[in-house]
Design a protein around this ligand. Structure first.
Ligand code: FA5
Length: 339
């Protein structure tokens, strides 16, 4: 047996072989265990000698197998280290760092300004019902003013929202005035069947603003937007209100911002007039308040819809809105985190 064991140990290749030898020689049915079991049947005088010899063989084999196991484990570790070796002297590959899109940066800057004025940020769905997008904005079916905002319909009752104004209705429906006035902004994507050109895109962004409380006046809207313009673009900016029409506000205004220092940043998109329209707004129409169950005799509000794409164009002197959506890295990389 000893010679056979030695031969088998010499031919071990892996841990599986070690296991097999251990089971076949040291297992319950192995020859050594068998021999030890037989000791009791031997003549008394032979028992100690045979027993001692079998035990010695058992211990020696167990030791040999343990040594083999350790050798195999060490060899496996060496092989793994060789495969996983890292050459720390190799030059590193350049990592391409991402950065926030310039439009997201501008939207966050605008949000921060309004948050500082106590506004809450609210989100609404981009896939919107006709009911919230139009009817709750005082635009019943077949109202001619629906032509101002043609959109992409998913079915006759569901569409891609044309403006962020439906979030006004959704928020007013929820608001409890016993907790204080309603002051919210709602940023997001909107969609229109507009032909793309330098200042129009079929998908663009808006930031809705809404304040409802007792005694809110048009002058509050003007003061708020003046503050916004000066903080966003600098103290020398001015705004001007032009009479306009939206079915959901009365009176309605369009608000332009001055392109200061003509010939400088933003002038090209002001088309020589010195002004660019960046938002629409007005006093919330009593019908819109009443549809949310708000008593228009007691409460009044102002609302506005701001175009951050145009704000970004003005801020950075970008002459074509389409640059924002073409993902050309040469354009996008010009804008660092802080603008
Ligand atoms: C509206 O969408 C109204 N919901 C705004 C409003 C809200 C009025 C609350 C009253 C009360 P208007 O269609 O003018 O209005 O769009 C608002 C702003 O979105 C514009 O001033 C402009 O900055 C931007 N805008 C409109 N159409 C496009 C377009 N196709 N591409 C890029 N920006 C656009």
């Amino acid at each position: 047996i000893k010679a056979q064991i030695d031969q088998e140990i010499a031919s071990i290749n892996d841990l599986e072989d070690v296991k097999k030898i251990r089971v076949s020689y040291l297992g319950k049915k192995g020859p050594i265990t068998e021999a030890l079991r037989e000791v009791k049947n031997l003549p008394v005088e032979d028992r100690p000698k045979v027993g001692a010899y079998a035990n010695k063989m058992k211990a020696a084999l167990a030791d040999q197998l343990t040594v083999k196991e350790e050798e195999l484990a060490a060899a496996a570790m060496q092989a793994q280290l060789a495969v996983e070796a890292i050459d720390v002297t190799l030059p590193a590959e350049e990592i391409q760092l991402g950065r926030p899109h310039v439009l997201n940066q501008v939207m966050e800057d605008i949000e921060d300004l309004f948050i500082a004025m106590g506004y809450e940020v609210v989100e609404g769905p981009e896939i919107e019902s006709d009911y919230y997008n139009f009817e709750r904005m005082n635009l019943p079916k077949d109202h001619p003013a629906r032509d101002m905002q043609d959109t992409f319909y998913i079915n006759p009752d569901v569409l891609l929202r044309t403006h962020t104004s439906p979030v006004q209705a959704r928020t007013m429906d929820q608001h409890d005035f016993s907790s204080g006035p309603l002051k919210m902004i709602s940023p997001g994507k909107v969609y229109r069947r507009d032909d793309d050109d330098a200042t129009h895109s079929h998908q663009f962004h808006q930031i809705e603003g809404l304040v409802v409380d007792k005694d809110i006046k048009l002058s509050d809207l003007k003061g708020t937007l003046e503050l916004f313009a000066k903080q966003m673009f600098g103290e020398d900016r001015e705004i001007r209100l032009r009479p306009s029409y939206f079915p959901f506000t009365e009176p309605s205004v369009e608000i332009d911002i001055s392109c200061f220092k003509c010939g400088g940043q933003g002038c090209n998109i002001c088309k020589g007039t010195g002004w660019i329209e960046i938002l629409g707004g007005g006093m919330v129409h009593p019908n819109v308040l009443e549809m949310s169950g708000i008593d228009s005799q007691v409460y009044s509000g102002f609302a506005f819809g701001l175009g951050p794409d145009r704000v970004a164009m003005l801020k950075y002197g970008i002459d074509d809105i389409r640059h924002f959506y073409q993902n050309d890295l040469r354009f996008l990389e010009q804008f660092t985190e802080k603008g």
